[in-house]
Design a binder for this molecule. Structure first.
Ligand code: FE2
Ligand code: FE2
Length: 273
C-alpha cells in the first residue's frame, strides 16, 4: 500500500513517508478536505477536454492546455489521492470516486464555454483564482507538514495557471476589443458560480463511503461541509484573491481604489456563504 502511494505521488515529488499517520488520522476535517479535493481534481478531465477543443487552432493555447495544464490538474488529483490512501488506507477511494463521478459527470461543468475566447479566458482566471485561494488556505490551515507542503505546491501551480490564462486573455481581449463591462459581467457571474456544487457532491460521496450509516444524514453532511468552509474562510487572504479577480478589468489605480470596498464585500459574501 505504502510503496504504491509513494510511486503515485512521484508526480509532485512528495515524500509521503515523512507523514506520521498517528498525528493526522483522527482529523476528520482534514480527511474530508483532502478527499473532496482529490475527487474534484481527479474528475478534471471531464471538462479539460472541452476547453482544449474550444482553443483548437491556436497552437500556443491549445499546446499549453494539453501538455501542461491538463496534466498538472490530473497530477493534483493523483497527489491528493496518494495522501488520502497513505493516511487513511481503509477508505475505499476507488469505490467512493466511482459513485462521485457517476453523479458529477451528469451535471459537471460541461457548461457553455465562451461566449468568446477572451471572455472564456477571463472566466478561467476566476476559476484558477478560486483554486489558488482554496489551496493557499488549506496550506495555511494545516499543521501536518507534508499536507502543508503539498497544498502549497498545488497552490503555486494554480497561480501559474492563472498567469497563463491572464496572458492569453490579454492577447484575445486586444483582438476582440472586448469592453470592461462584458469582462466585469463574466467575472461576477463566474465568481458566483465558484462555490459549492462540486464540493457538495464530493462530500456526500466521501461520507457515504466512509460512514455508510450517515449517508442519508443531511445534518451530519451539512455540519461537515460547514466545518470545511470555515477552515478555508478563516485562512484565506481576501486581498490577494481580490487583486487576482479584478486584474482582467485592467482598471486605472484610482478606480481600483474606489471599488475596493464594495468588491471586498461582494467577495466576502461569496466566500462566507
Ligand atoms: Fe488543480
Ligand atoms: Fe488550475
Amino acid at each position: 500500500m505504502h510503496s504504491s502511494a509513494a510511486a503515485e505521488s512521484a508526480a509532485m515529488d512528495i515524500d509521503l513517508s515523512r507523514i506520521v499517520p498517528e498525528h493526522v488520522r483522527a482529523d476528520e476535517n482534514l480527511f474530508n478536505l483532502a478527499a473532496c479535493a482529490s475527487f474534484i481534481e481527479s474528475g478534471s478531465d471531464l471538462y479539460t477536454q472541452n476547453l482544449v477543443a474550444y482553443f483548437e487552432g491556436d497552437e500556443e493555447v491549445e499546446g499549453w492546455l494539453r501538455n501542461q495544464w491538463e496534466q498538472e490538474e490530473l497530477n493534483h488529483g493523483k497527489t491528493l489521492r496518494a495522501y488520502v490512501r497513505h493516511v487513511w488506507p481503509e477508505f475505499d477511494w476507488d469505490t467512493a470516486f466511482g459513485t462521485f463521478l457517476e453523479e458529477y459527470a451528469g451535471y459537471c461543468k460541461v457548461e457553455l464555454l465562451g461566449p468568446t475566447r477572451a471572455l472564456e479566458l477571463a472566466a478561467r482566471c476566476v476559476v484558477e483564482t478560486g483554486t489558488a485561494t482554496y489551496y493557499r488556505a488549506l496550506s495555511r490551515s494545516a499543521s501536518e507538514p507534508v499536507f502543508r507542503e503539498l497544498t502549497r505546491r498545488i497552490a503555486d501551480q494554480e497561480v501559474s495557471h492563472y498567469k497563463h490564462f491572464y496572458r492569453f486573455f490579454r492577447r484575445y481581449r486586444e483582438q476582440e476589443r472586448v469592453g470592461r463591462l462584458r469582462v466585469l459581467d463574466i467575472l461576477v457571474r463566474r465568481t458566483l458560480e465558484l462555490k459549492s456544487e462540486d464540493a457538495d457532491c464530493a462530500i456526500r460521496h466521501v461520507i457515504a463511503t466512509r460512514h455508510p450509516d450517515r449517508a442519508a444524514d443531511a445534518e451530519h453532511i451539512r455540519a461537515a461541509s460547514a466545518q470545511m468552509s470555515r477552515t478555508v474562510r478563516t485562512h484565506l487572504s481576501a486581498g490577494t484573491t481580490l487583486k487576482m479577480l479584478m486584474r482582467p478589468l485592467e482598471l486605472p489605480a484610482r478606480v481600483q481604489a474606489w471599488i475596493q470596498v464594495p468588491v471586498t464585500q461582494f467577495m466576502q459574501h461569496v466566500f462566507l456563504r
